[in-house]
Write a protein that binds this ligand. Structure first.
Ligand code: GLN
Length: 307
């Protein structure tokens, strides 16, 4: 088998293309602490299955991971309780914004998928029930997989979101009325806001997503997920990871991906590499404008895609 070529030249070329592109979108402003981010920032990292990382631009700059953490909490819950999770949350694209309330009542309080906020609240509730400490479990996992022992939550971002978190509170209370949430809602919300406020760089997140490129195998060689479970997490990322833009993301990028309103996106080429790109300017659906463009360039230039 040929040695894989370095990803460095392709990353340099993408960074040059992005620097020359005009539109960058706007940082999320519904969480006040995120509104301060500079949309001109751009970083990208690619991690090979052995942990080798290539990067460009602001690839070592920590940012707010936000909904990217939903992939990791989902994987942790699947590793702990397997298929039982799907009694509490679906796995169909919602076609609605990530923080939408409308579907929940029609569908009896069962969220469409684990990557919209309602579904992620259910997953965090499961993780908290199963471990007694959802955020602590997530933090230890992220530290181990990224190889960065200092990874932590930005309590200022968590407090900022908590102070403006009425929509997530509404989702959680509504689901609690159906008994789909087992922890007290204030405790669940505090876990969820902290989880979203994880600070990590492109290098950290690309490495931490490596288990999805290694078909479920963690950085230390142990199995978090079976090969089939890893396939399933990747499949849900492909169909639901970028909300009501998942079709367009699949069309342009052709990879499982998960975005966050901090401007990060992780993506996976199963068997080959895991990626993370960051640029805080978002489109109207909450996905990083330069991030999607960079992943589009990556799969176009390398031919690496699941299709
Ligand atoms: N913390 C954000 C929220 O709950 C996460 C959303 C996102 O990144 N898409 O609204």
């Amino acid at each position: 088998m040929a040695l894989s070529p370095s990803f460095q030249p392709v990353l340099e070329r993408i960074a040059a293309d992005i620097a020359a592109a005009p539109g960058r979108g706007r940082p999320a402003d519904y969480i006040p602490a995120l509104a301060e981010a500079d949309p001109r920032r751009f970083g990208m990292a690619v991690a090979e299955p052995d942990g080798t990382v290539y990067g460009v631009g602001d690839w070592q700059q920590p940012f707010s991971a936000q909904s990217i953490t939903k992939v990791f909490t989902l994987a942790l819950v699947l590793s702990l309780e397997g298929e039982a999770l799907w009694e509490h949350v679906g796995r169909e694209p919602s076609g609605n914004p990530f923080n939408s309330l409308v579907q929940l009542e029609y569908e009896h309080g069962i969220p469409r998928n684990p990557f919209i906020n309602a579904g992620a609240l259910v997953v965090t509730d499961r993780l908290h029930t199963l471990t007694g400490d959802a955020c602590g479990t997530l933090r230890e996992f992220m530290r181990a997989e990224s190889g960065c022992p200092g990874l932590a939550f930005d309590e200022r971002v968590a407090a900022s979101e908590s102070a403006s978190g009425d929509r997530n509170a509404a989702l959680a209370h509504f689901m609690a009325s159906y008994r789909h949430i087992t922890n007290p809602v204030p405790e669940l919300l505090s876990q969820y806001f902290r989880q979203c406020a994880l600070e990590a760089s492109c290098a950290d997140l690309a490495r931490a997503a490596g288990f999805l490129a290694r078909h479920g195998i963690r950085a230390d060689g142990s199995a978090l997920l079976t090969r089939i479970e890893a396939k399933r997490v990747n499949a849900v990322m492909l169909t639901c990871g970028t909300y009501d833009a998942a079709g367009d993301f699949a069309y342009r990028v052709g990879l499982p991906g998960k975005s966050g309103v901090g401007g990060g996106i992780i993506a996976v080429v199963p068997g080959r590499c895991s990626l993370c790109v960051w640029s805080p300017g978002l489109d109207e659906r909450g996905n990083s404008v330069a991030g999607v463009a960079a992943l589009d360039r990556f799969t176009t230039l390398t031919g690496l895609s699941v299709f």
